[in-house]
Design a protein around this ligand. Sequence first.
Ligand code: CU
Length: 160
Amino acid sequence: MKKTFTALSLGLLTSISSFQAFATQADEISVSDPFAREVPPGAPASASFMTLDNMSDQAIKLVLADSEVAKIVELHTHTNDNGVMRMRKVEFIEIPANGQTVLKPGGLHIMLIDPISDLKTGQTVSVKLQFEDGSTKQVDMPVKSFKKMMGNMKGMNHDM
Ligand SMILES: [Cu+2]
């Protein structure tokens, strides 16, 4: 490595090393397929889902999320309590070293509590992720209809 770098200008070498030294956890996380759940006016909550890939060799914790579309944003998971699906808040969502964590309906999710307006298919909403080192990542995502996606689980949902 060092031998290759001697051929490069000192300025370039400096910028490469400082980038590696200061790469934040947000830099190491790649987000794919983010979306938020469509909700009608007055709905108590929506949720955001996405796939998080950790490109570093250390586990990274997502510790906070924030969004302008909801008054309260929490990290949640679902647990199966004797056949009844319940949600609960979690302190963090961990993405394993060189691994992947999927936030999906029925599992981990970012809860958008008390949305400031209805969320409609076709809209784009933005959610800010904050990791343990304080670094943040802004994720823009489309709003999608949950009923269409979960059509085969209709019995679990109330018709609106
Ligand atoms: Cu929830």
